[in-house]
Write a protein that binds this ligand. Structure first.
Ligand code: MN
Length: 230
């Protein structure tokens, strides 16, 4: 576990992302962080992260997770991220690595089902239970050999059959941040990002909240105008 690649890819004088160091993993610590960040970068994807060894092991999932056990979602292994990253929601400036809008789409804890996590990662077959706000129950990450642009980095995220398995299209039906209830477009608007591009990552039907009492459309229309000014 190392954050060298994470640091190499980023200029912390420009990006608001955390520059934090790796934590010593406390063996007594029982709560392991789980987080998924929805990231409208050059391509929309969901960054799936599991705390291990003082960092967040990370996979980028283009289509996001599926609650349907018959659906396998490609998960590309990416560089470890600092634990602090799990709280990051905002805008990475254009031109920087991963430039675009980031939302904390789900978070909670995870429990390894494999006795030896290091061995499971090495083998490419990690079983675990998620205790998130959107994702729960038993899942597996399996390394696949032979497809994707980087075969050795390709894994599949698959839901196990249990009471949390379902046909519900979770990414379409629950598009908002678990931290702030915002959509990607809201996060972009409030952080000087590209609102129109961020909005392409939000479901079309989510653009107009059913409850019109809370966030008025006139307010967002006004901010969109000011965004266009710079
Ligand atoms: Mn990402």
């Amino acid at each position: 576990m190392s954050l060298e690649k994470y640091k190499e890819k980023r200029n912390f004088r420009v990006t608001p992302e955390p520059s934090a160091e790796a934590h010593k993993s406390a063996s007594s610590k029982s709560d392991l962080l789980y987080v998924i960040q929805k990231h409208r970068a050059s391509q929309l994807h969901y960054d799936f992260r599991l705390e291990w060894g003082g960092v967040l092991l990370s996979w980028a999932i283009p289509k996001g997770p599926s609650l349907d056990p018959s659906v396998k979602r490609l998960a590309m292994e990416v560089e470890d991220h600092p634990l602090e990253y799990g709280k990051f929601e905002g805008v990475i400036p254009e031109g920087e690595y991963g430039g675009g809008t980031v939302m904390v789409w789900d978070n909670g804890q995870w429990i390894p089902e494999s006795d030896n996590v290091e061995a499971a990662l090495e083998k490419g077959d990690l079983k675990f239970t998620l205790m998130g706000k959107k994702l729960q129950g038993s899942w597996v990450l399996v390394r696949t050999h032979g497809f994707g642009s980087k075969p050795e980095k390709s894994w599949l995220l698959i839901k196990h059959r249990d009471k949390f398995a379902s046909q519900k299209d979770i990414v379409a039906e629950e598009p908002r941040s678990v931290l702030s209830k915002r959509l990607l477009a809201d996060i972009a608007r409030e952080n000087g990002g590209d609102v129109e591009r961020a909005a392409t990552g939000d479901p079309a039907k989510a653009a107009k909240p059913k409850d019109k009492s809370a966030r008025g459309s006139s307010k967002s229309a006004g901010r969109r105008t000011s965004k266009n000014a710079h």
